[in-house]
Design a protein around this ligand. Structure first.
Ligand code: AVI
Length: 322
């Protein structure tokens, strides 16, 4: 087993949120790791590959819904809107919407990565020079990244949250996040949001346990990241990827299964793994239309309409603050 050399000095390691979260998660009865840590540089690249897979229908289905219904969506948003996108990443999904809007008052993407966001801003400004892009760098769950909105007074604000990212929050946390979004909006403002629909478990499990094993690599990458950033000695060969649909909870759960009884060291602490024991790394919640409408309502939104693909795999909802 290799003991990776940490690029973080020991004093910094003590203060790292990543270390604190990993130690806390692996100390729970059901070992867990927060899914946000799946997305380091390698993990983000692997996720991009997942989005291209035949088995992973979500990305292409959502894109097809946007292509088919973009005129109706743009009409629903209306003229003079400011589009606000939390977790915008490379801002690729919003371009079609921006192109179809009538006299938008601007675009306000929020993302943690300055490099990706500033490159996206340059691309959008070159393609759509009439749209004022105000890039806000930081974590969209923190209040400071929303401050810049105070200086913009559009006719209406519309939050854009595609990609079924809401599914990676438990329904309780999703409600809190949607309430937080609602708190950034006023009467008449809107939310355009993508959700994966409840469906046949075979289709769902294939999407998260793909035949090309990219999701396996994506899941195991979190262990490689812990090794390289937190002085740990996980042997990736001692873990298997498992993803299954939990019909009662309406979610796909992603786990890493220990293939044998063994001990792992992380920043000097020991963690015992029994054979068959799992680390729960991600939930991906699936919603019916009515279930998601209920969630929107309890978070303070009024569901207005939704668009689906012909196979009813995925939905894009528009809701507003009444
Ligand atoms: C980012 N998120 C919406 C993906 C999903 O489908 O829950 C993450 C993912 N995990 C495994 N495959 C894709």
């Amino acid at each position: 087993m290799n003991m990776a050399v940490s690029p973080i000095p020991d004093d910094k390691l003590q203060n790292s949120d990543f270390l604190t979260d990993v130690l806390a998660g692996l100390s729970e009865e059901q070992k867990t790791l927060p899914c946000k840590y799946l997305y380091d540089e390698a993990g983000s690249r692997l996720f991009e590959q997942i989005c291209e897979l035949d088995d992973y229908y979500l990305t292409r289905t959502e894109a097809a819904i946007f292509r088919e219904h973009i005129t109706a969506m743009a009409q629903q948003v209306g003229p003079g809107a400011l589009i606000v996108e939390p977790g915008a990443g490379n801002c690729e999904k919003v371009e079609l919407l921006l192109e179809h809007l009538q006299a938008p008052s601007g675009y306000y993407p929020i993302d943690i990565s300055p490099e990706i966001l500033l490159a996206a801003k340059a691309r959008i400004t070159a393609r759509l020079p009439n749209i004022e892009v105000t890039a806000s760098i930081g974590d969209f769950t923190q209040a400071d990244v929303w401050q810049g909105l105070k200086d913009i007074t559009p006719r209406k604000r519309v939050l854009f949250f595609p990609g079924s990212t809401i599914g990676n929050f438990t329904p309780e946390h999703a409600e809190v996040l949607l309430e937080f979004f609602a708190s950034k909006l006023s009467r008449g403002d809107g939310l355009l949001i993508g959700t994966d629909l409840v469906k046949d478990s075979i289709v769902l499990e294939r999407a998260y346990c793909d035949s090309e094993h990219v999701t396996e690599e994506f899941n195991k990458n979190i262990l490689a990241r812990i090794n390289s950033e937190l002085n740990a000695n996980f042997d990736l060969a001692h873990f298997a990827h498992r993803a299954f649909y939990h019909p009662l909870r309406q979610r796909v759960e992603m786990h890493l299964v220990s293939l044998k009884s063994h001990t792992v060291q992380i920043a000097g602490r020991k963690f015992e793994f029994a054979e068959g024991e799992t680390i729960h790394t991600e939930n991906s919640h699936k919603y019916s239309i009515s279930g998601f409408n209920r969630l929107l309502s309890s978070a303070g939104f009024t569901p207005i309409r939704h668009w689906c693909d012909s196979e009813q795999r995925y939905a894009v909802h528009y809701a507003q603050i009444s």
